[in-house]
Unconditional design. Sequence first.
Length: 44
Amino acid sequence: MRILLIEDDTTLGAAVRDQIGADGQSVYRVTRLDTAGHAVRGRS
């Protein structure tokens, strides 16, 4: 499973990404909504 994490707070985003990654999930993190749209279209 791939998880798209959208979080603009760098500290919080890194902590959440690291925790999800530690559970064995693949995490792609972005900080802006428009970047998330590109990520979804590019990875579908």
